[in-house]
Design a protein. Structure first.
Length: 95
């Protein structure tokens, strides 16, 4: 069981101000979490691959393949101050 001092230590590290009632509740809840972890550690997991998700996650992004992009002229067409090499921006401190 996680005691009051341990809860207060973790709360201090997390910069949390907990009431006495919250400290007692956190002590019970954190102890319950550790009990569940202890049950899991009793399982024989030899040959079970580690996972980060309980279901297969499919990458929703397109494959990273080169393809045509905007020309320099098209990219700079709406720029307020286009320069030969790119976008013109104000100097630091200029208003």
């Amino acid at each position: 069981m996680i005691d009051r001092a341990q809860v207060l230590h973790v709360a201090k590290l997390a910069r949390l101000a907990l009431s006495d009632e919250e400290v007692e509740r956190m002590s019970r809840e954190l102890s319950a979490v550790l009990d569940q972890i202890e049950k899991i550690s009793e399982l024989d997991l030899e040959g079970v691959a580690p996972t980060s998700h309980v279901v297969d996650v499919v990458n929703a992004l397109r494959s990273d393949e080169p393809r045509p992009s905007l020309s320099r002229e098209a990219a700079l067409a709406n720029a307020p101050e286009p320069l030969e090499q790119g976008f013109g921006v104000p100097s630091p401190g200029a208003s």
